[in-house]
Design a protein around this ligand. Structure first.
Ligand code: NAD
Length: 512
């Protein structure tokens, strides 16, 4: 270890000059692995190599890229257990939850393999009267080099959903993972190198802390996709603004669940407890607050408390949720619980004692006021705040007034869609939790402080390509709108013709 090598501190982030990352085996707290930190030179070298790989990657065409992505998918599937073990070690989540990340990554790849050409292939568009002598179409061209900066909570699934879109759209990608989980990305890059040995520079990684992320942006990628906290997202967006580098921001959330008077309470309780506690609550789309209509409130609280009490915490094979890998999160979880209790809430499960040094056990807070931190700010822990509301309108108003706008859930037998449609959020599961994230065909992203832009679905593929519009003359124009040779009176006649047509349409409308 060099003298300026980092020490593992309570924040998990050590400082931007450190030459090495030391990762932790979350099950034991012991040192797991060391990685050299990349700086400006490595970032510049990576961007240069990526840029030179973009031509050959684009020249493969959609089918050629799909072949390589299929080979990559196979390689990830074959060594998926190795990837899951790394996620389990570095992030601490149960091995089965780690396997879910590998499965999700394979599904995202499948979606782009099957859909990139349909979504991004050449698209003919109709002519209008002025351009009736033209053939018009749109082609989607890759940005070039895409920088992807990722978080630790879903160290494989979150970046792969973005990387899959960017690669299928024809870009080369440089991935800067979280300093807490670099080993997962190292493994991912190795699967790429085995699957696509002729084009290794199409997918590269840079290990490091925030400064490495800054160096990556400074090295001049053509697009940046950032997933992480709101505070860092704003810094990243400000840096990207200096060069007008377009940026996708996938930030935090405070996702709410609405439990209506006609909800199936057993179903709602099962899904909401899982949606709140899974992955130790470390999910941008974790359900952190339940707005429950008063007529069903007490019964619902009984059901969730019973379920939450039995969630098993630890690092052994029985554990359903793991430790808190970012020590700096512990005081935030504690602060939110304390604030809610001080404002009159009570804990039916857990409470302040549930938050230890490396683990946090489930906490259910009832009687939470809508202005409490546990109802307004991202907790990122296994804590569920319950707010009693008079009706679903009040619940919709609370969620829509929040500064975030990522996911949500609505539980109602008859009115789910109507309630969901009124929410100012990016995604909603009706009578279920978090499942919008499990369908790669659905665009994923938020509003407000949850960021902007989309990954996944058609929107995700288009996020990583710019439209290039074409129009080509196919014959002589009735009169030329694009030269100084317009005949006298032509524009007056054209305007009169259009006016008469619009008036005729109006007449038809009023007779219906
Ligand atoms: P973070 O903001 O601390 O770090 C995210 C990444 O940014 C890391 O790789 C970090 O090294 C890097 N970074 C830090 N400072 C930087 C800088 N100045 N310039 C460039 N890069 C920099 O977030 P985190 O703790 O790793 O992740 C948790 C957060 O991510 C939570 O808020 C969670 O809600 C959010 N998240 C959002 C989504 C989503 O899709 N919306 C998905 C997962 C996580």
């Amino acid at each position: 270890m060099t003298n300026n090598a980092p020490l593992i501190t309570r924040d998990g982030v050590i400082g931007y000059d450190a030459a090495e990352i030391i990762t932790v085996d979350q099950a034991t707290g012991a040192e797991f692995a060391r990685y050299a930190v990349a700086g400006k030179d490595e970032a510049t070298t990576a961007v240069t190599a990526a840029r030179s790989a973009t031509g050959p990657w684009w020249d493969l065409g959609f089918e050629g890229r799909a072949q390589r992505l299929r080979a990559w998918r196979r390689e990830i599937a074959v060594s998926g257990e190795e990837g899951a073990a790394l996620i389990h070690a570095e992030n601490g989540k149960p091995l089965d939850d780690a396997r879910v990340e590998v499965l999700g990554a394979l599904e995202h790849l499948q979606y782009v393999i099957e859909n990139a050409e349909r979504v991004l292939g050449r698209r003919e568009v109709p002519a209008n009267p002025t351009t009736s002598n033209q053939r018009a179409w749109v082609e989607y061209q890759p940005y070039g080099v895409v920088g992807v900066i990722g978080p630790w909570n879903f160290p494989l699934l979150t970046p792969v959903a973005i990387v899959a879109d960017a690669l299928a759209a024809g870009n080369a990608v440089i991935l800067k993972p979280s300093q807490i989980t670099p080993g997962v990305t190292e493994w991912l890059i190795q699967t790429w190198q085995r699957a696509v040995p002729d084009l290794p520079a199409v997918l590269q990684n840079l290990n490091g802390y925030g400064a490495t992320g800054q160096a990556l942006i400074a090295a001049g990628p053509d697009k940046l996709a950032f997933t992480g906290s709101v505070a860092t997202g704003k810094t990243v967006a400000a840096q990207c603004a200096q060069t007008l580098t377009p940026v996708l921001l996938e930030l935090g959330g405070k996702d709410g669940a609405i439990v209506a008077e006609d909800a199936d309470l057993d179903e709602a309780a099962k899904h909401i407890v899982w949606g709140a506690m899974q992955n130790t609550g470390h999910g941008c789309i974790s359900l952190e607050v339940a707005y429950v209509v008063e007529s069903v409130h007490d019964e619902f609280v009984e059901k969730i408390s019973e379920l939450a009490r039995h969630v098993r915490v630890g690092s052994d094979t029985d554990a359903e949720i793991g430790p808190v890998p970012l020590p700096g999160q512990i005081p935030i979880i504690r602060e939110h619980i304390e604030d809610a209790l001080q404002r009159g809430a009570r804990a039916t499960v857990g409470g302040l004692d549930a938050v230890g040094e490396r683990y946090a056990a489930p906490t259910v807070l009832v009687g939470v006021t809508p202005d409490a931190l546990a109802a307004t700010e991202e907790t990122f822990g296994p804590t569920l705040a319950v707010v009693k509301v008079t009706d679903t309108d009040e619940a919709v108003a609370h969620i829509s007034a929040g500064r975030y706008g990522l996911g949500s859930a609505v539980f109602s037998r008859d009115r789910g869609e109507d309630i969901a449609r009124r929410l100012r959020v990016g995604m909603t599961s009706i009578n279920d939790a978090l499942v919008f994230s499990m369908n790669p065909a659905l665009p994923f992203g938020g509003r407000g402080d949850s960021g902007y832009g989309r990954k996944q679905g058609e929107e995700g593929l288009r996020e990583f390509a710019w439209p290039h519009s074409f129009t080509a003359k196919t014959g002589a124009a009735h009169f030329s709108a694009s030269t100084f040779g317009r005949p006298a009176g032509a524009m007056a006649a054209a305007l009169a013709t259009v006016r008469d047509r619009i008036l005729a349409e109006q007449d038809t409308d009023t007779t219906h």
